[in-house]
Write a protein that binds this ligand. Sequence first.
Ligand code: NAP
Ligand code: F7E
Length: 339
Amino acid sequence: MTKRALITGITGQDGSYLAELLLEKGYEVHGLVRRSSSFNRARIDPIYLHPDNAGRLSLHYGDLTDSTSLTNIVRAAAPDEVYNLAAQSHVAVSFEMPEYTASADAIGAIRLLEAVRQHAPDARFYQASTSEMFGLTPPPQHEGTHFHPRSPYGAAKLHAHWATVNYREAYGLYAVSGILFNHESPRRGESFVTRKISLAAARIAATGSASGATGALTLGNLDAIRDWGYAAEYVEGMWRMLQQDEPADFVLATGVGSTVRDFCELAFSHVGLDWRDHVVTDPRFVRPAEVPELVGDASHAASELGWKATTSVGELARLMVDADLAALGATSSAAAERA
Ligand code: NAP
Ligand code: F7E
């Protein structure tokens, strides 16, 4: 029997990798997409338009803030597995839009859990939780670590996390919360720090300027420490969480922390540049409350799921810069020779 999966957030970084993975595994995939005045499907067009996937990948209009659409989609897709990846996922933006962030990220998860409970109670449910829920609690963070979110985003995701646990305990749903540390890729949104850095390094190497009036890369807090892994590997962990005998929550992380400054060094040195010549800081990019250090302990995922991150932060920075260079028609060796 062909398995059916529903993915919210299919147009995002993780949704696009997960859709590819599930199609490779023979699933019929349904994705929730938002109406937009401009195209927002660049990440999934290669699979959506591929003739092999005709009839195997269906897109449905909906929104996490609209329970009617969620109910209709769950009923139409009749999924075996539901992956709730949709979210207002930008921490800095959540300070400017706390109410919307709570509606989409916290209540949105509850809307979807309710739709699943009522219309597909045997479906397995994955909630995209986040290391941001740990916030101020020092590393290494694991499934038992105290939560102390530092942003409207982190607080909303914590609400959704506990709602997921509650639906498991109260209604017996196979519902799991994947607590994922930062994971990046060439498909990362351009306003997240790693992609901002990889794009700037590539642009400066290829054209001499990052963009904007000064031609420099403008960042906020360079001291923040994050545990950066490769997104393509993390979606495999999500899938494995839904294949266990019993539902449980898992941290996915590399276990290695690096500063924003370190990531600049890794990305710029790959194209023969000194990041200090090209990066300026601006308090406008500093958050009202910062999360200083996130480094995860994913030993539970290693022992129970057999999952381990294998791409180092250096490899990640290089593959992101290379992808951004390729989009500009350049290569790292040519750029480094010119530098
Ligand atoms: P992303 O690239 O920002 O993608 C977010 C997705 O959610 C997009 O498809 C977006 O649609 C959709 N979306 C946003 N608001 C929505 C709404 N109200 N209704 C329906 N869809 C909506 O995020 P990501 O990096 O792939 O992350 C996937 C999930 O994991 C998110 O929930 C994020 O919070 C969580 N997470 C991410 C990380 C990470 O490091 N990447 C770590 C831990 C947890 P549009 O394309 O239309 O904007
Ligand atoms: O910031 C600092 C910033 O926005 C990382 C989301 O996927 O991962 C992501 O959230 C760090 C922070 O990611 C700039 O202050 C400095 O300390 O790339 P980011 P994030 O906030 O860690 C978690 C796990 C999620 O769940 C989220 O959905 O970098 N930083 N200068 C900057 N950050 C940005 N965006 N832009 C800067 O100019």
